[in-house]
Write a protein of this length. Structure first.
Ligand code: KG4
Ligand code: ZN
Length: 349
């Protein structure tokens, strides 16, 4: 049994968690997430402000996570920290803090890739959300479709050619005059929308696509965003009166595209389950769309909002797996704004 402290500061959430376990048998003892509300004023994350806020909050957040787990650093066996990808200044605060704690206490350190954290996150709530599965990671910065035959083996199937799914939600929300981050606001407004009022073209989705085609698994959302822009500009009605209908049209197009591509992956790789991760996995219409596209024999596991969005529990969980494999970061562990997820298997197909 290992008790691991997780630290996450890659974007605008300052988070720490304590997790105990071995293999896939784990117990989350505490999770503290401090969301930096300040960025709302600017309509997007301001990197320098994010770093400064992490600097102020991280140690109190770590203390709180330890206290909630009724332990201290003495009771911790290892520290896992997000070191990529993300805002470099923000990552640096987490990594420097983790290194400091590791040196001071003589603890081993494990560097975790943020997207691998999202892959492991759902298993914290659904014991069956373990490989083999098809994963769809949909966050503010990434859209990745992967086949996961085993932990640490990630076969890339598709990705976005331009905007990430969350970014598309946030941009569409902005065009509709909704607050940042806009995903959950679009979802809420879309509930009252008429699906027939605005039917946007499904991006990169054609029935004649075949496995091996460039577009079979990839997605693209920038055209959809432009379609929303034109719909808003060209409408004779007020923005207030069309908002739910445009939100619905946008969400339906995005969901159908992602759901179709996930269903293709499930069929091609013959996986019994789909695991969703990242902030957009909170979207119930997306989950329902994927369930409908995959059919009754496929289980779709989606995390709750607390575990779907950025948090340190998922970093501790992925870190525990890497720690048990014997991985240790040295004290020159570097931060990277962009870094491929470790364990990519690129020659499998
Ligand atoms: O994973 P995450 O917390 O942060 C990143 O690593 O990017 O994802 C944040 C993204 C934002 O773009 C936000 O608008 C989106 O997740 N999001 C949603 C919903 N809740 C959060 N998108 C669609 N529907 C939601 N309910
Ligand atoms: Zn994330």
């Amino acid at each position: 049994m290992t008790r691991i402290l997780g630290i996450e500061t890659s974007c605008d959430e300052t988070s720490a968690a304590v997790l105990t376990g071995s293999g896939d048998e784990v117990r989350l003892e505490s999770l503290v997430i401090l969301s930096q509300d300040v960025h709302r004023v600017f309509g997007g994350v301001v990197p320098e402000i994010a770093s400064r806020q992490h600097l102020v909050s991280l140690l109190p957040v770590v203390d709180r996570a330890l206290a909630d787990a009724r332990t201290t650093l003495e009771g911790i066996d290892a520290i896992a920290v997000t070191h990529a990808p993300g805002l470099v200044g923000a990552l640096l605060v987490g990594v420097a803090t983790a290194k400091g704690l590791a040196i001071a206490r003589g603890l081993p350190l494990v560097g975790v890739h943020h997207m691998e954290g999202h892959l492991f996150a759902t298993s914290l709530e659904h014991a069956d959300a373990v490989p083999p599965f098809i994963a769809l990671l949909v966050s503010g910065g990434h859209t990745l479709l992967l086949d996961v035959p085993a932990w640490g083996e990630y076969v890339p199937l598709g990705a976005t050619r331009d905007d990430a799914a969350g970014e598309a939600f946030d941009k569409a929300a902005k065009l509709l005059g909704l607050p940042y981050p806009g995903g959950r606001h679009i979802e809420a407004h879309a509930k009252d929308g008429d699906p027939a009022r605005f039917r946007f073209t499904r991006p990169m989705l054609r029935r004649d696509q075949r496995p091996g085609d460039d577009h079979y698994y990839d997605v693209s959302f920038s055209g959809l965003k432009t379609a929303v822009l034109h719909a808003v500009r060209e409408s004779q009605d007020t923005i207030d009166s069309i908002r739910p209908h445009v939100a619905r049209g946008f969400q339906d197009a995005l969901v159908e595209t992602l759901a179709t591509k996930v269903a293709r992956a499930v069929r091609a790789c013959r996986r019994p389950r789909v695991v969703l991760g990242g902030g957009v996995a909170c979207n119930r219409a997306l989950v329902a769309g994927i369930e409908a596209a995959c059919g009754p024999h496929v289980t779709v596991h989606a995390p709750t909002p607390r575990i779907a969005t950025d948090n340190a529990a998922m970093i501790a969980r992925a870190g525990l797996w890497r720690f048990e494999r014997g991985e240790r970061a040295s004290l020159d562990l570097a931060c990277h704004a962009g870094l491929p997820i470790p364990g990519l298997v690129t020659d499998a197909r």
